[in-house]
Design a protein around this ligand. Structure first.
Ligand code: ADP
Ligand code: ASP
Ligand code: MG
Length: 601
């Protein structure tokens, strides 16, 4: 008999009527001849209320006790749902994470799943029961209750589906599918019929709160078909699966509110400094994004990055203790920034996507404070009050509101290449790549697909350009007009209202690219562009790399130990890249292969 996992989020079980509604959906699946596992969240805003209660007592409650407290929310729902099913004449058994045997590591409030014991669940299902599982929680080796991080019930559901080899994992929620962006922000957003794991993973990690990003890591790693749909209707929702919906450059846009931008100013530019910063931050399990290390000017460099606003205090604690150690001048930070990102598998093969995005933003007179790109995403940091205008401008620029069949190629001078096919994306069930409960690997351990060295690139840095709307658009418009494909792009504000942009272009077109940018910098009265005609790009590819906070750190440490300095850094869920001097490329590659040997697929 096939197994289906159904997950109901907070709003879908907010009161007893809704719990009865969820029970009826489970019953229908059982009547269709399937074994049913239902994963539930805490009712309505219960988890928020529990957090608030602890905050009434102290700002820094211990994490172990927070897990004990927060896990109680889901325990209420599982019992009520089991009672509802029994009242409707069906056999049901509720189980906490510990009772199921969801073993996690001990990082309280952000625990990762190591193994799931399926024996008890299978037996309970075989006895004719519907199994009701508490989402969001597990238990560590010593029996402490842990939670997986806010929104973590999605991850519980997909992980259970993976462990049980379920045919499908249905995510019932308060929207009827995945939209091109949050439909509560932009009502004109379009519902997608399908989205690829890679795109959804990136969107979720960049702020699309509809799915917990780690759930998509599981889905991709174990080939789980995820169907996101409405709790309150029977219409088909959206499938998260191996292939993208269509051949467009951009699949969706996401917004991360309450980002904080942190800059470590005036760091001596030598191997090892980036490593020390990110090692400390990784230890605190803080996921950094938009890392920009400006090419060193007068032997000093600035490293800027963003962290979620809620992690700012912890980040500053870490950095303050480092400033003296590494001889930096100071730490600066800004709160309340908003990160607007576009994501699409198609952008890897189509030039002009970055330029289209920057141009759309600059037309609104909005200044982009930071830019980072990586493979299938481009992120721009803007101020809070311009966030919605930025999102709408970008969403419109790629015609995301229009039916997919009507979306022509919208990027300038684009010559389309073929999109990746199932072969290059992790495909279907037969390609499950991790054996469950393997003694060597935890289910959520990092898995690396490839480590590569690209020696075809050169790096250009514009060290001192005006920090005002439209600058990035102008640079990349001119570059795109010259038919030059740009790979990594980073931009950050520097001191005195000046900005720094670095990017890489193919070596063979470096001269042409320099000609284009020299003309621009001359017009702006800026400094001559700097360049490195032989930049080597080392990349580590895998799944969920950014959420594994330690990965970037290990890359930096490995390079630092080898005396190799890092220039540009770009991070995404599926790829972390660094550019180094060409002479260090081969050596870096060897060091990475050794460092990550255990995690290679
Ligand atoms: P649940 O409690 O069911 O887990 P969430 O609130 O976590 O529900 O997620 C559903 C919400 O995600 C929607 O109400 C919607 O506002 C938001 N959302 C953000 N981005 C998207 C998107 N791209 N598509 C659909 N919904 C989105
Ligand atoms: N109840 C938890 C939360 O609100 C987990 C979840 O709903 O996914 O974060
Ligand atoms: Mg959710």
């Amino acid at each position: 008999m096939s197994i289906i996992v159904q997950k109901f989020g907070g709003t879908s079980v907010a009161d007893t009527q809704k719990i009865l509604g969820a029970a009826r959906k489970a019953i229908r699946a059982a009547q269709a001849g399937r074994q049913v596992v239902v994963v539930v969240s805490a009712m309505g805003k219960t988890t928020d209320s529990l957090v608030a209660l602890a905050k009434e007592i102290t700002d820094r409650p211990s994490k172990r006790e927070m897990d004990m407290l927060l896990s109680s929310g889901e325990q209420v729902t599982i019992a009520l749902l089991a009672i509802a099913l029994e009242s409707l004449g069906y056999k049901a058994v509720s189980m906490t994470g510990a009772q199921i045997g969801i073993k996690t590591d001990s990082s309280h409030t952000k625990a990762r799943i190591k193994t799931i014991d399926t024996e008890k669940m299978r037996k309970t299902l075989a006895d004719g029961n519907i199994v009701i599982a508490a989402g969001f929680q597990g238990v560590d080796e010593t029996g402490n209750i842990t939670t997986l991080g806010r929104g973590g019930s999605d991850t519980s559901a997909v992980a259970l589906a993976a462990a049980l080899g379920a045919e499908e994992c249905e995510i019932y929620t308060d929207v009827d599918g995945i939209y091109t962006t949050d439909p509560r922000l932009l009502p004109e957003a379009r519902k997608v019929t399908q989205i690829s794991y890679d795109e959804m993973l990136e969107l979720a990690s960049l702020g699309a709160g509809v799915m917990h990003s780690r759930s998509i890591e599981f889905a991709k790693k174990f080939g789980v078909n995820v169907h996101v749909r409405s709790s309150f209707s029977d219409t088909a929702g959206s499938l998260i699966t191996a292939l993208p919906e269509g051949n467009t450059p951009v699949a969706g846009a996401a917004v991360a509110k309450n980002e904080a931008q942190v800059t470590l100013v005036g760091i001596p530019d030598k191997p090892g400094n980036a490593m020390r910063i990110f090692s400390k931050i990784a230890d605190a399990k803080i996921a950094t994004d938009m890392i920009v290390q400006n090419a060193g000017l007068d032997g000093k460099t600035d490293i800027a990055f963003t962290v979620p606003g809620i992690d700012l205090t912890a980040t500053l604690d870490v950095l303050q203790s480092l400033v003296n150690d590494i001889g930096a001048e100071k730490v600066e930070w800004k709160e309340n920034a908003v990160k607007v990102s576009i994501v699409g598998l198609g952008m890897e093969t189509q030039p002009g996507v970055a330029e289209t995005m920057f141009r759309a933003v600059s037309r609104q007179g909005i200044n982009i404070e930071m830019i980072t790109t990586s493979g299938i995403k481009i992120s721009a940091l803007v101020t809070k009050d311009s966030a919605l205008d930025t999102l709408r401008a970008v969403h419109n620029a790629f015609h995301l509101q229009s039916p997919i069949s009507a979306v022509a190629n919208v990027t300038a001078g684009a010559k389309k290449k073929k999109l990746p096919t199932a072969k290059s994306v992790t495909a279907g069930k037969e390609s499950r790549i991790v054996s469950f409960n393997s003694p060597l690997l935890g289910m959520e351990d990092i898995l690396i697909e490839a480590i590569t060295l690209d020696q075809s690139q050169a790096r250009i840095t514009l060290p001192n350009i005006p920090d005002k709307p439209g600058i990035a658009a102008e640079v990349f418009e001119k570059i795109a007009a010259a038919k030059i494909i740009v790979d990594m792009i980073v931009q950050s504000s520097s001191r005195n209202s000046r900005a720094v942009i670095s990017f890489t272009v193919p070596r063979k077109v470096l001269d042409r690219a320099l000609k284009v940018v020299r003309k621009l910098t001359a017009d702006w009265g800026g400094e001559e562009p700097l360049y490195n005609s032989a930049a080597a790009i080392l990349s580590v590819r895998g799944t969920g790399l950014r959420s594994h906070t330690g990965l970037a750190y290990r890359m930096f440490r490995t390079l630092a130990d080898g005396g190799i300095n890092v220039n540009i850094i770009s991070t995404s869920e599926r790829c972390v890249s660094v550019s180094v001097d060409d002479k260090n490329g081969e050596k870096g590659l060897k060091l990475f292969r050794k460092e990550f040997a255990k995690e290679m697929m």
